[in-house]
Write a protein that binds this ligand. Structure first.
Ligand code: SAH
Ligand code: SF4
Ligand code: F3S
Length: 465
């Protein structure tokens, strides 16, 4: 494999030099998982990780472009390191989703010519080759593919955690929600081979990992494109040929205690997936079900392919199949054409579903998406007023829901010591609530019963039972 050869070549060059790298990850969990692969490659090349920008001989920015302000943030950061580049020749590499946008790459070329490597989402595995060339030739490299890359297997990976791990099960997205840039920068849906996924998770279990998060832009359409293209028979492995069968197979892996997944799409939430979640003991009963809007009209403009009623029916169906289920969601306010009445529909769904967790966003225009071309954009003040109203409702509901935890005993996967207090441990309930409690560090990595004593909006406090 080519990446491996280049890793060896770079290793020869950087040998005994104690060169350091620093990565800034700016995006979602998929982006984070890519950074772990970048870290894996750099470590194998002989680079050492550092937390500080100043110490780095190689600086890498893994970008996101799903919402505005990402651009200013990135340009600010690369402006700041110009001096460092001049003084010590730090290699600057920028990768990730934003680099799939032509106007951004153009701007970097024009305004930040000292950036050494620009690479996209389909060329991650070529980073060792890019670095090799920079070390050798010192010529600016642009390594971006505008067609879908293959699913690359076998890249080394250096994970950020040793209890919880993310496993990407598919790349890309076919949904083209009209606000969203992801399908343009990540390409079409490509599922990883089930055999590779299973082996990766088995390996993680052997290393002592307890929690797995299966990642993809639309996980419940796992292997759908492959089925439609008639490739399912050759890819199927131990009965895995869909998301539901994948969940069931991962549930069988000894050592893994918790299984999570993000994000499913409501339109693809088929009964076999609901039944698999119900039947699999290890699958977390917190389901992230992105609503985006509660108005059927806005959902249509957004190209989400479900109505308000269908979303609510789905929630009810899941609740009646899995009584202990709770939901989290993503909501966008201020999409073009959203009226006060549409916004009220969103509030209505929020009141009805009582989400456990909500990620709320102000609509942000993305170049190249249908939403950006719509004429009826919502004024900034209106978007902000609606956002604040939604946020207030969310906080009221979450506080109320937190109260219900007090006095209950929760099974908590202990993640580590609290950032603010070395003597306290933190962990999460099955519903993803952070719990802080006093206990011995030997419990890290274990699932323990915790009695909840008090709630503090973003976390709960408890004691070992
Ligand atoms: N594939 C996932 C998540 C994609 S991005 C899914 O479908 O759920 C994560 C969230 O960012 C989205 O769910 C959406 O709520 C938000 N988002 C995406 N594009 C946006 C935009 N242009 N403006 C504001 N929020 C956006
Ligand atoms: Fe974007 Fe929609 Fe695809 Fe999610 S499903 S990545 S929101 S286009
Ligand atoms: Fe993720 Fe941002 Fe890309 S949300 S897929 S890093 S655009």
């Amino acid at each position: 494999m080519e990446a491996k050869e280049y890793i060896e070549k770079v290793k020869e060059i950087v040998k005994n030099k104690e060169l350091k790298y620093h990565i800034l990850t700016m995006g979602c969990q998929l982006n984070e998982n890519d950074s772990e692969k970048i870290s894996g490659m750099l470590t194998q090349m002989g680079y050492i990780q550092t937390d500080t920008v100043e110490e780095a001989d190689l600086l890498l920015y893994n970008t996101c472009c799903v919402r505005e302000n990402a651009e200013e943030k990135l340009f600010g950061k690369i402006g700041e390191v110009k001096k460092q580049k001049e003084q010590k020749g730090t290699i600057i590499a920028i990768g990730g989703c934003m680099m799939q946008e032509k106007h951004i790459v153009e701007k970097i070329k024009q305004s930040y010519p000292y950036v050494d490597i620009v690479f996209g989402t389909h060329t991650l595995h070529k980073l060792p080759e890019d670095i090799y060339k920079i070390l050798n030739e010192r010529k600016r490299i642009e390594d971006i593919l505008h067609i879908d890359g293959e699913v690359i297997e076998g890249l080394p990976i250096k994970r950020n955690d040793n209890i919880r791990a993310s496993v990407t099960i598919m790349n890309g997205c076919n949904n083209f929600c009209s606000y969203c840039i992801v399908p343009y920068v990540r390409g079409r849906e490509r599922s990883r081979n089930p055999k590779n996924i299973l082996e990766e998770i088995q390996e993680l279990a052997k290393k002592g990992y307890k929690e797995i998060t299966l990642l993809g832009q639309n996980v419940n359409s796992y292997m759908r494109s492959e089925r439609e293209n008639g490739k399912i028979a050759e890819l199927e492995y131990k009965g895995i040929n869909s998301f539901a069968t994948l969940l069931r197979a991962v549930n069988e892996i000894d050592g893994i205690e918790n299984i999570k997944f993000i994000s499913p799409h409501p339109k693809d939430f088929t009964d076999d997936v609901i039944e698999a979640i119900r039947d699999c003991k290890k699958v977390c009963k917190l389901i992230h079900l992105p609503l985006q809007s509660g108005s059927t009209q806005v959902l249509k403009f957004m190209n989400r392919k479900y109505t308000k009623e269908q979303y609510l029916e789905l929630v009810n169906k899941i609740k009646s199949t899995i009584p202990e289920v709770v939901f989290s969601t993503d909501i966008i306010v201020g999409f073009p054409g959203e009226t006060e009445e549409d916004f009220e529909d969103t509030l209505d769904v929020v009141r009805k579903v009582k989400f456990e967790q909500m990620f709320m966003f102000i609509y942000s225009r993305r170049v190249g998406t249908p939403g950006d071309r719509m004429e009826n954009q919502i004024p900034e003040e209106v978007k902000h007023t609606r956002f604040n109203k939604l946020k207030q409702l969310a906080e009221e509901q979450i506080a109320k829901r937190n109260q219900e935890y007090i006095g209950t005993i929760q099974k908590v996967l202990v993640e580590g010591t609290s950032k603010n207090n070395e003597n306290m441990l933190t962990g999460r309930t099955y519903s993803n609530k952070v719990v802080v409690f006093e206990a011995d560090k030997s419990l890290i990595g274990k699932i323990v019963p915790i009695e909840i004593l008090s709630e503090h909006m973003w976390y709960l406090k408890g004691k070992i039972k």
